[in-house]
Design a protein around this ligand. Structure first.
Ligand SMILES: Cc1ncc(COP(=O)(O)O)c(C=O)c1O
Length: 343
């Protein structure tokens, strides 16, 4: 079986609710900072001191506990490289499915065997089956909290159980959507007690920096040093390094956007209920809804009206499901009007 990232068509116009992007755009302070970049700064390799300090302060962690990456995608790749570099052919990466494609793609690309553990009924986290799947060959366990595409969070004690059972492996907790739930493992004693656990974060979502590519991996300084050893030295580009500190300083924008997402989720729940559509409450900036056999047809009818959502019908357990980004409330209302017309 081959695993690869499923590239979705990128529409040139319309309402993009298919990639969990920030639908408002980044903070205006980011654009101001980018305008001040000089020709020399573009010509030189970036200096990371200021952006490392700003990120550490924003995430309430220490500079030696973090590695800045070219989007969280690069953090996933680097963690896979560290986990599988000494692979003698038997290394395994465990993925709880449905999941973000990059975990299996990177595990597979680096010669690891992908072990899939499906979520339980109603997308319940399969802690016992996951622990049973851990073997001496396990090199990395991929967790997403909250999960993409279901939006469900993982109970903290389940992460502790996995971290303990896989103490010989890296446990990668992808917190790409944690801004929208308001809970994180960063600063949690779990990270101090389990040096094998690392947390991945992206600034693509709540900060609206997806196009500039900005992510970070946080963990025990010794584990992060292992990642730093194989990470490209200039993964974060100079525009990202310039954009992040002003994005972090603009707390009003961040708070406003996180609140828009929270309101949009409620608007979606109410809309789906009114239309008789099954959905799952989400801790992230998207909601998964089931349209039975009509999922793909509804996605293309919506696209015909310029509203792009993600068809997740082919994901395990997600038959007939579409994933809709919850962003600016006005955009969510436009989606619901289009859905109503299509239904
Ligand atoms: C669960 C998860 N992890 C990581 C990423 C990638 O983040 P980035 O854009 O920072 O590479 C995404 C993007 O959608 C995601 O859904």
């Amino acid at each position: 079986m081959s695993y690869e990232y499923e590239r979705v068509a990128t529409p040139v116009s319309g309402l993009r609710l298919h990639l969990n992007e920030n639908t408002a755009g980044c903070s205006p302070a980011v654009i101001e900072a980018l305008r001040t970049l000089t020709r020399e700064q573009i010509a030189e390799y970036p200096d990371y001191e200021a952006v490392i300090e700003a990120t550490a302060a924003r995430l309430h962690t220490a500079a030696d506990s973090l590695l800045l990456t070219n989007g969280l995608d690069e953090g996933i790749l680097v963690a896979s490289m560290v986990a599988l570099r000494a692979n003698t052919g038997d290394g395994e990466g465990i993925v709880v499915v449905p999941a973000f494609d990059m975990y299996a793609a990177c595990t597979d690309a680096l010669g690891g065997r992908v072990i899939q553990v499906p979520l339980g009924d109603n997308f319940a986290f399969p802690v016992e089956r996951l622990i049973d799947a851990i073997t001496p060959s396990t090199r990395i366990v991929w967790l997403t909290d909250p999960n993409n595409p279901t939006g469900q969070s993982i109970p903290r004690e389940a992460i502790v159980g996995v971290a303990t059972a896989a103490s010989h492996a890296i446990v990668f907790v992808d917190e790409a959507y944690a801004d929208f739930r308001g809970r994180t493992l960063i600063g949690d004693s779990l990270l101090r007690q389990h040096a094998n656990v690392v947390v991945g974060r992206t600034f693509a979502k709540a900060y609206g920096l997806a196009g500039i590519r900005a992510g970070v991996v946080i963990g025990d300084p010794v584990t992060i040093a292992r990642l730093r050893r194989v990470a490209p030295p200039y993964g974060l580009n100079v525009c990202a390094a310039a954009a992040m500190p002003p994005a972090f300083r603009d707390r009003a924008y961040y708070d406003w956007y996180v609140d828009q997402v929270a309101q949009s989720r409620e608007v979606l729940y109410a809309g789906f209920e009114r239309l008789g559509v099954r959905y799952w409450k989400s801790d992230a900036n998207f909601v998964l809804a089931r349209f039975e056999g009509r999922g793909p047809a509804i996605a293309s009818a919506l696209a015909g009206r310029g509203v792009h959502v993600r068809d997740r019908s082919n994901d395990p357990g997600c038959e007939g499901c579409l994933r809709v980004t919850a962003g600016v409330v006005e955009h969510t209302r436009r989606f619901l009007a289009a859905l109503e017309a299509v239904l």
